[in-house]
Design a protein around this ligand. Structure first.
Ligand SMILES: *[C@@H]1O[C@H](CO)[C@@H](O)[C@H](O)[C@H]1NC(C)=O
Ligand SMILES: *[C@@H]1O[C@H](CO)[C@@H](O)[C@H](O)[C@H]1NC(C)=O
Ligand SMILES: *[C@@H]1O[C@H](CO)[C@@H](O)[C@H](O)[C@H]1NC(C)=O
Ligand SMILES: *[C@@H]1O[C@H](CO)[C@@H](O)[C@H](O)[C@H]1NC(C)=O
Ligand SMILES: *[C@@H]1O[C@H](CO)[C@@H](O)[C@H](O)[C@H]1NC(C)=O
Ligand SMILES: *[C@@H]1O[C@H](CO)[C@@H](O)[C@H](O)[C@H]1NC(C)=O
Ligand SMILES: *[C@@H]1O[C@H](CO)[C@@H](O)[C@H](O)[C@H]1NC(C)=O
Ligand SMILES: *[C@@H]1O[C@H](CO)[C@@H](O)[C@H](O)[C@H]1NC(C)=O
Ligand SMILES: *[C@@H]1O[C@H](CO)[C@@H](O)[C@H](O)[C@H]1NC(C)=O
Ligand SMILES: *[C@@H]1O[C@H](CO)[C@@H](O)[C@H](O)[C@H]1NC(C)=O
Ligand SMILES: CC(=O)N[C@H]1CO[C@H](CO)[C@@H](O)[C@@H]1O
Length: 643
């Protein structure tokens, strides 16, 4: 179903320059080239293939995969130059940070290992997270100007996404690691990030021809039927993932044959020129319909899916999910299956909460009536109460680790939205001791409060889980209650957790420093409802821009030292490990941005933050003035007192 090259050239030649003013032709070609449609069926259904000579197996989670270890050798090396750029720009006085990294560039147990985690929260999370990634991406104009944090993304090893954050990370990797600006602006005729057409309505165009809503839905339903006809159980997640893909994957019909594992073959990923993408979902607790903190957390990466938790404690090769594994192997007379790890299905699994959109009264949204019947058919199979799950059958972990894996006896692996256990930021893959991450930029777009702002719930969930036996040797910085987050404004500017490593058990693993980056209004009310299914381009762009301002604190207008402080956070664990004295400027940063253990649990009334800079597009001078006015309203003299 993918475009033949000649047609591709034809389309590219036909398109006009996009409104953003970038050269349309090259941009379109770069975006059009993307991860591969390598499902053997050439379509949405998985297909049976001969097994490779080394038959796929499930492996223990006691180490990282050989593929990841090999890739890390290249990735860690490739992060050095951008990290040096990032640190140079931060200009830490009386400390040669670029020299520190350069002189230790061969020793990966010294140089910083950076992760970014983008929370769930529907389109709000996609857009706010996109603003952060744009600010961190040296390819984005303005990101490396004074006050910027550009190059951080290029210096990052792991990029994790969950639910709406998984749409962002998935969309970037499904489209050849295009930048947020490229994805946002797309090109004429592309349905990429066209959120003004809701998934109910579908995109305006199918390649070069118009596409009406009925044909769009017919296509979605047909694809799901193809998978069912090929002998696989389907769930609403299949339909949801298909619909979602039209907006996120720039291929005809949302790229039905594109697989998540094909990322591992993409040139820029294989050569470690991009971070490693990881999407997160939860496994439903055995024998119950419940997702709790004790639920097994599942990750999807380009090579593997599985869990470090002491339940499953194993990983399956992403490419061969759908094969009949039993006790970790495929029987000698059994065939292999590929194409089950369909890209939209993986994104849909991480965000399966949104399946319920398809149980709305669809006729109210102008969706053709045959879609409602298709939904009823699926629900009749899966069970109405289970409308928010993703069915992965066969279960790759069938008969695997039966002593600890509560679902080892089940033919079906039942997965659900990664945020349902309240761990709405995908920190889990990044706190595994084996990955040795030093700092996590945790972008939180959760809707915790009445008005859809975050209050630290996701961090608390991960902290609590790290203390339980399910945590399996992970550690996480202590975090305070929601009231403290609000009263001390820990959710209104970046806050560091885990600065002082003496809070951790010295004889076990020291977890990463967490740079909490909460969704905060700077230039837009970025707290749109999780359930709002459509956005005009202007609103989308304003929320992305707000996210850029959250990441940079308004290009450092709120704190001129913010980029330096972000750099100090990156260096923190490396300084500690090498016994290097903390530079005075970094100490100032830590005094300002680290949560120091103070609690203020005074009950809070309504939490209604107002934009720190102002909604209107304004000149720099006016902007600074407005910022100062906000501080004055807050009753503080200087920025330092606020932080
Ligand atoms: C992906 O993008 C890069 C950078 O824009 C480009 O050089 C490369 O050719 C693209 N790769 C593919 C497979 O299209
Ligand atoms: C890397 O640094 C660590 C910690 O300082 C040290 O123990 C180790 O010997 C170094 N490795 C190499 C190859 O230099
Ligand atoms: C910060 O810089 C970016 C990129 O140049 C720009 O889009 C944004 O509007 C700026 N923010 C402020 C508050 O000036
Ligand atoms: C999680 O498991 C622990 C035992 O490891 C148990 O004490 C706790 O009650 C469980 N929590 C939930 C929410 O099920
Ligand atoms: C996997 O097992 C199921 C149930 O026994 C069977 O229907 C299916 O054909 C098998 N698939 C392959 C590829 O062997
Ligand atoms: C669904 O919407 C249609 C059209 O708006 C309406 O006629 C119908 O009563 C609604 N059904 C339910 C169950 O609300
Ligand atoms: C914090 O968020 C949780 C939901 O994540 C909510 O139940 C709680 O009421 C919130 N508390 C405050 C003080 O905002
Ligand atoms: C610290 O970790 C070690 C090794 O994991 C463990 O044996 C010890 O009980 C822990 N101490 C505390 C106070 O948790
Ligand atoms: C800790 O932070 C609180 C407010 O966040 C501040 O009032 C207090 O002075 C700080 N304490 C120390 C010891 O720095
Ligand atoms: C966004 O937050 C503001 C207060 O900060 C509130 O007045 C507004 O109603 C909120 N909007 C939504 C959609 O929750
Ligand atoms: C550090 C730690 O506790 N690791 C355990 C994680 O779970 C597996 C499987 O149960 C154990 O073998 C590890 O010892």
């Amino acid at each position: 179903m993918h475009l033949p090259v000649s047609l591709l050239a034809l389309i590219s030649a036909a398109i006009a320059a996009p409104s953003g003013g970038s050269p349309g032709y090259d941009l379109a070609l770069d975006i059009l080239r993307r991860a591969a449609p390598d499902s053997p069926s050439g379509d949405y259904a998985p297909g049976t293939v001969d097994c490779p000579s080394t038959r796929p197996t499930i492996r223990s989670a006691s180490s990282l995969s050989q593929s990841e270890q090999d890739w890390l050798q290249n990735r860690r090396a490739n992060t050095i130059d951008p990290m040096v750029q990032f640190l140079r720009q931060a200009n830490i006085p009386d400390f040669d940070a670029p020299g520190f990294v350069n002189s230790n560039s061969q020793n990966f147990s010294i140089v910083p290992n950076i992760g970014i985690a983008v929370s769930g929260g529907g389109y709000r999370a996609l857009m706010n997270g996109a603003g952060f990634l744009a600010a961190a991406d040296s390819r984005v104009p303005g990101s490396t100007d004074a006050g910027g944090i550009g190059n951080l993304l290029q210096a990052t090893t792991y990029l994790a996404g969950l639910s709406g954050g998984g749409w962002l990370v998935g969309s970037i990797f499904a489209n050849n690691f295009s930048s947020v600006v490229e994805l946002r602006d797309g090109y004429q005729g592309s349905s990429l990030w066209q959120f003004s057409n809701s998934i109910f309505q579908g995109p305006e165009r199918r390649g070069i021809s118009l596409l009406n809503s009925a044909d769009y839905w017919r296509n979605v339903v047909d694809q799901v039927d193809d998978k069912r006809s090929a002998g696989y159980e389907v769930s609403l997640t299949d339909a949801w993932g298909r619909a979602l893909s039209y907006q996120l994957i720039n291929a005809l019909d949302g790229g039905p044959a594109y697989t998540f594992s094909s990322i591992s073959d993409a040139d820029n990923f294989a050569s470690a020129d991009t971070p490693m993408p990881i999407l997160v979902a939860d496994e439903r607790s055995p024998g119950t319909g419940v997702i709790s903190l004790n639920s097994t957390v599942i990750e999807f990466n380009p090579w593997e899916m599985g869990s470090f938790d002491p339940t499953i404690f194993g990983f399956a090769p992403t490419r061969y999910i759908g094969s009949n594994f039993s006790a970790g192997s495929i029987s000698n007379d059994g065939h292999c299956v590929r194409g089950f790890d369909q890209f939209g299905f993986v994104m849909g699994t991480s965000s399966s909460l949104f399946n319920t959109l398809l149980t709305y009264n669809l006729s109210d949204y102008g969706v053709p009536s045959f879609v409602a019947s298709a939904v009823q058919t699926i629900l009749a199979d899966v069970g109405r109460a289970d409308n928010d799950i993703a069915v992965w059958e066969p279960n790759p972990f069938y008969n695997y680790n039966a002593g600890t894996n509560g679902n080892a006896g089940e033919q079906q692996l039942t997965l659900a939205d990664g945020g349902l256990d309240l761990q709405n930021i995908p920190l889990h893959p990044l706190i595994q001791p084996e990955r040795a991450v030093d700092v996590i930029f945790a972008v939180d777009s959760s809707a915790d409060t009445t008005y859809n702002w975050p209050n630290g719930t996701a961090l608390r969930a991960t902290y609590e889980r790290s203390l339980a036996s399910i945590g399996n040797g992970t550690a996480f910085p202590r975090v305070p209650d929601a009231e403290t987050f609000i009263n001390l404004r820990l959710n209104q500017h970046p806050t560091f957790f885990g600065c002082d490593t003496s809070e951790f058990n010295a004889s076990s693993h020291i977890p990463p420093l967490v740079v909490y980056v909460p969704n905060t209004p700077y230039t837009a009310q970025s707290n749109v409802s999780t359930w709002d299914p459509s956005y005009e381009d202007s609103e989308r762009n304003a929320i992305i821009q707000n996210g850029f301002n959250v990441a940079t604190m308004g290009n450092a207008t709120i704190d001129s030292e913010w980029p330096r402080c972000a750099a100090c956070a990156v260096l923190s664990r490396s300084l500690a490990r090498t016994g290097t004295a903390v530079p005075a400027a970094c100490q100032t940063c830590f005094d300002r941005y680290c949560w120091n253990g103070t609690i203020d649990s005074t009950p809070v009334g309504s939490y209604e933050p107002t934009p720190l800079i102002g909604i209107e597009a304004q000149s720099a001078a006016v902007r600074v003035g407005a910022g100062a006015a906000v501080w004055a309203v807050m009753g503080v003299v200087g920025v330092l007192a606020v932080l």
